[in-house]
Design a binder for this molecule. Sequence first.
Ligand code: SF4
Length: 381
Amino acid sequence: MPAGMVETAGKAGHAGLGEIARKVERGDRLSREDGLLLERHGDINFLGELANLVRERKNGNVGWYNVNVHLNPTNVCAYRCTFCAFRADLKDAKAYRMADDDIITRAREAKGRGCTEMHIVGGLHNKMPYEWYRDILTLVRGEYPRIHLKAYTAVEWDWFERITGKPVAELLGEFRDAGLGSLPGGGAEIFDPVVRGKICEHKADASTWLRVHEEAHRLGLRSNATMLYGHHEEAEHRIDHLLALRDLQDRTGGFQTFIPLAFHPDNTRMAHMPKPSGLMDLRVMAISRLMLDNFQHVKAYWIMLGIKTAQVALSYGADDIDGTVVHEKIYHEAGSDTPQELQIQEIRHLITEAGREPRERDTLYREVSRGARFTDWSVAE
Ligand code: SF4
């Protein structure tokens, strides 16, 4: 173990931390008790140093980013998660549902900007059949066949199951034929049933969320995983959440990246609660990196964390800061004050300034090369 790490473990003041540092150094798996000890006694420097060791072991000095666009086809939602500032009732003044032409325009715009990915998530519209969601994929692919469609969270897949009575494996197959490339990680929130009951009582439960991802992995689709923190949850809920993800990853290996999501209270029914601090953001990032030893990537989603924290997070376990993220609505409704779109040069500069080597990726973490024209792109196989 590097001498500095022993010293910071010592300063952190708990004998067990030295043993955890030795485990990380050897590449041994951390237990639930280790996770709880890190949560309760690990100081920020100690956590950062250890998480950075794992980050550099797995991803070297690379800071990944991608060029993507968001599509939130509707904000009308049958559910009422208390942390959600995005949703609307069918008759609300702010309710919207994108028309086919708007979706095609968005696909054309993505092509014109050289985006490699479209991230598609939205509300559970009470009146729209599942075919509408499926046909969005067909519309986008019709306009821009090369784009990777990362579409619909496990909560949406559960909704499609409920409204059709079809098993999720069949739905995933049908949507894959329409262009589905992978699944985003949203909707996981916190798996603990009591906390989940407080923030999203009607939503797909933990076992459903995990089952949908397991089915997707079984079909060869990759997916991401998330955790919403900084609201009603306690340290043990975060650790148990990470362990549930780690268990599934042991079985399938289908997760690509883990994204801790900081709770944003503005315009939600939890507006009385404070935002998580920057310190908490970095602690959660580092502990996630340490517990999820079978995840290759951990992302600092700059839209949620803010640019400055995302930059620092590149030394606290994260190896990815997501992308240009045009047209993001969900977190901006909840008070995120990050700019809607970060230009490529700016993203590269932020990563370089953080001491990392910027590298563009596609959704599946293949390196992207750009030709003389930015829209001419290819991936390393
Ligand atoms: S978080 Fe998703 S499921 Fe929950 S209310 Fe908002 S849009 Fe609906």
